[in-house]
Write a protein that binds this ligand. Structure first.
Ligand code: ATP
Ligand code: MG
Ligand code: MG
Length: 387
C-alpha cells in the first residue's frame, strides 16, 4: 500500500472541521489554509497549518508544496492559481479548478447547465442595470424577479427580489447589491426547496444521497428534513427524480468530490435546479449520523480514489437544525446545543467560533428518529430552546 496522500484544504471553517474526523479515521493527513491561527478546522487538527487568505497566490502555492491533493471547503477561492498549480504539476486539485471557476459565476453556471438540458428558472444577463433595462428584462422574465450577484454570493447576501420596476424598488435593489456583476432570474414559485448531495469519483461514478427538504428563512438554511417527502398530484417518486436530476447535473462537471445540488420543487412536481456547490454542503450535515457514509468521508474517498461508501440512510427519518448566532452572546447558542443533549437520537455539533453574530452559522444539531411523527416532536423540543 502506498502511503496516504496529504490533503490540503482551502478554507478553515466548519466544513474543514467536519472533514477532520473521517480523515483521522482513515489516516489521511490534512493541512488547512485559512486566515487566523485558530479557525474551526485548525482547532481540531494538529498543525502547523498555513495562516493566510485562500485567495492568495503565495499562500496557495505554499499549501501545494506540502500536499498531494488540494480541495476546497468554499468556492470563492482563487481558481486561476489552482489551475496553475495543477498545470505545473505541483499538486492535484479536486474538484477540477475548471469546475470551481464555472460555479463561481452563477450566470455562467446557469448557462452551462441549461445548455446541457438541466431545467433552471429563466435567467438573463444584466449588463447595465437601470430602470429601463430592468423593465425590458421584467417583460421577459416576469415579476417578481430575483436580481442576483454573479459572484461571491452566499446565504442570499447577493440576492435582491424585485417586486416592481418602479424607480424606488430598482434603486433599493441596486443599492443593496452594490457594484457587482449581476444577472436576473425569473421567480421560481416553489412549494418546497430541495437539495441532493452527490459524490463523484475520478472515473465519473456518481452516487447520490436521499433528497432532503431544506427550509430557509431570510435566505438562510434553518432546517433540513431527510428523506424528502411530498404528497399530492405530480409528487410521486419525487425523491428519486430529484436524485436523478442532481446526478445528471453533477455528471456534466469535471473532477472528483462531493457536490451539493440545490433545487426548487414546483406545485406540479417538476424540479428546477437552483445552484451547485462544489464541496460539502449544509444540507448534507445530517449524513454524519443519519447515513452509512457521511458526505465528508465520501468527499475524501472520492478525491483520493478510495472506494465510495454507501449513501443510504440508516434511519427512517432525520433532520438537521442550524444553530445560528445572535449578536454578541454565546448563551443562546449553548442553550440550543444543550437542549439537544436530553433528546434521544439528537447530536450537537458546535463549530468553535468564538464570536456569535446574527445569522452566523455557529453549529448544528442532527436528529434521527424511527418515524416522522417522532422526529417532529424531537425538533419541537429543540426549537423551543431557540431565542
Ligand atoms: P447559498 O448560501 O445557498 O450559497 P446563495 O447566496 O448562493 O445561497 P441562492 O441559493 O441563489 O443564494 O438563493 C438563496 C435563496 O433565495 C434560495 O434558497 C431561495 O430561497 C431564494 N431564491 C433564489 N433564487 C430564487 C428564484 N429564482 N425564485 C425564488 N426564490 C429564489
Ligand atoms: Mg450559493
Ligand atoms: Mg443557495
Amino acid at each position: 500500500m502506498a502511503p496516504r496522500k496529504t490533503v490540503g484544504i482551502l478554507g478553515g471553517g466548519q466544513l474543514g472541521r467536519m472533514l477532520a474526523h473521517p480523515a483521522a479515521l482513515l489516516g489521511i493527513p490534512l493541512l488547512i489554509l485559512g486566515s487566523g491561527p485558530s479557525t474551526p478546522a485548525k482547532q481540531v487538527l494538529s498543525g502547523p497549518h498555513i495562516d493566510g487568505p485562500f485567495t492568495s497566490e503565495s499562500h496557495i502555492r505554499e499549501l501545494a508544496s506540502h500536499c498531494d491533493v488540494l480541495t476546497v471547503e468554499i468556492e470563492h477561492v482563487n481558481a486561476d492559481v489552482l489551475e496553475a498549480v495543477e498545470a505545473e504539476g505541483l499538486c492535484e486539485v479536486q474538484p477540477s479548478p475548471k469546475t470551481i471557476r464555472l460555479i463561481q459565476d452563477k450566470y455562467l453556471q446557469k448557462e452551462y447547465l441549461s445548455q446541457r438540458g438541466i431545467p433552471v428558472a429563466p435567467f438573463a444577463k444584466v449588463e447595465n442595470p437601470s430602470v429601463e433595462s430592468l423593465q425590458v428584462l421584467a417583460g421577459k422574465l416576469g415579476l417578481p424577479m430575483m436580481l442576483k450577484a454573479r459572484t461571491l454570493a452566499y446565504d442570499g447576501r447577493g440576492n435582491a427580489p424585485l417586486k416592481s420596476t418602479e424607480a424606488s424598488d430598482v434603486d433599493a435593489a441596486l443599492k443593496f447589491l452594490g457594484d457587482r456583476p449581476l444577472y436576473a432570474e425569473g421567480w421560481a414559485p416553489f412549494v418546497k426547496e430541495v437539495a441532493v448531495m452527490v459524490v463523484r469519483n475520478k472515473e465519473g461514478e456518481v452516487r447520490s444521497y436521499d433528497a432532503v427538504e431544506t427550509v430557509h428563512k431570510e435566505s438562510i438554511l434553518r432546517v433540513c428534513l431527510a428523506p424528502l417527502r411530498a404528497n399530492g398530484k405530480g409528487m410521486q417518486g419525487i425523491n428519486q427524480r430529484a436524485r436523478e436530476l442532481a446526478e445528471k447535473a453533477v455528471a456534466t462537471l469535471e473532477g472528483a468530490g462531493i457536490f451539493g445540488v440545490e433545487m426548487f420543487l414546483l406545485e406540479d412536481g417538476s424540479l428546477l435546479l437552483n445552484e451547485i456547490a462544489p464541496r460539502p454542503h449544509n444540507s448534507g450535515h445530517h449524513t454524519i449520523e443519519a447515513c452509512a457514509t457521511s458526505q465528508f468521508e465520501n468527499h475524501l474517498r472520492a478525491i483520493l480514489s478510495l472506494p465510495l461508501g454507501s449513501t443510504s440512510l440508516r434511519v427512517p427519518s432525520a433532520a438537521m437544525i442550524n444553530i445560528l448566532g445572535v449578536d454578541g452572546s454565546m448563551e443562546p447558542v449553548y442553550a440550543m446545543s444543550d437542549a439537544a443533549l436530553s433528546v434521544p437520537g439528537a447530536a450537537s455539533h458546535l463549530y468553535g467560533k468564538a464570536e456569535s453574530r446574527k445569522a452566523r452559522k455557529m453549529g448544528h444539531i442532527t436528529v434521527t428518529a424511527e418515524s416522522d411523527a417522532s422526529l417532529r416532536e424531537k425538533i419541537r423540543v429543540i426549537l423551543s430552546a431557540q431565542p
